[in-house]
Design a binder for this molecule. Sequence first.
Ligand code: SF4
Length: 287
Amino acid sequence: MHFSELPQQGDKETRHVLGLSGGKDSAALAIYLKDHYPAISERVEYFFSDTGAELKEAYEFLDRLETWLGKEIVRLSTGREFDHWLKVHNGMLPSARQRWCTRTMKIQPFERFVGDDPVITYVGIRADEQREGYISTKPSIKAVFPFIEDGIAKADVFRFLEETVGVPEYYKWRSRSGCYFCFFQRQDEWLGLKENHPELFERAKRYEMRKRERYDLDVAGTSLVGSGNYTWSSEGTLDELVVKAEKRRKELGVIASTADKNKRWQDLLLEQDEDDPEDQACLICSL
Ligand code: SF4
């Protein structure tokens, strides 16, 4: 059954939701549904799981999109900042293996938002990519993939955005949306963060230099332990990653916006192969 038939089949209680990450594909899907499937678009509840650590460009982009859609994008949050959750997780920085950030700060608010209602969630994986992603394991939630069903590819996504709200500016130096300190960033993206948001880069660095608190039963108090050498990446500290990225950029010109002065950055991006099969970033963060 084509996804567009689901609203007629489903009962009135079934909720239709679309999670916006602040990235291009989920935004393009919202635009596509409004243009081509207005009956679905009217029923869809848009939401954004906000960690409080997204880039300001992502918040601005969501505001623009909200205006264009003419409908509220519900902001979901745990009500606590990242530092609180870091403490709850014993000061352990999240990583690809210990991805408590996605579970705690994005998925759980989403699951609370939908409760036990039957839900159809619209996901923006494109027809030209091979990706799987964690949506939710709740049996009451069914995921549908309109871009795959309708054969929508990357060039279409760029077109939908350029004709409406534009491509988010941070794609000039970053390949995904999500937290400014996201450990899935490549070396050149950390360099991009340093150049575009030096204050956020310094904040991310401070997390690496932190010592962890230990609760001591004997004295019923906490003390600071550890070397302060935790890093976001297994390949080194942020300073080391940036040095490597600068070296690479000198050799190769790896950042798209600097590679060819005669082309628009949007067109250069379109030509880039961004779909890394190793990319395990969660869809709710970066689609
Ligand atoms: S964007 Fe990165 S750091 Fe933020 S919640 Fe997602 S995986 Fe974690």
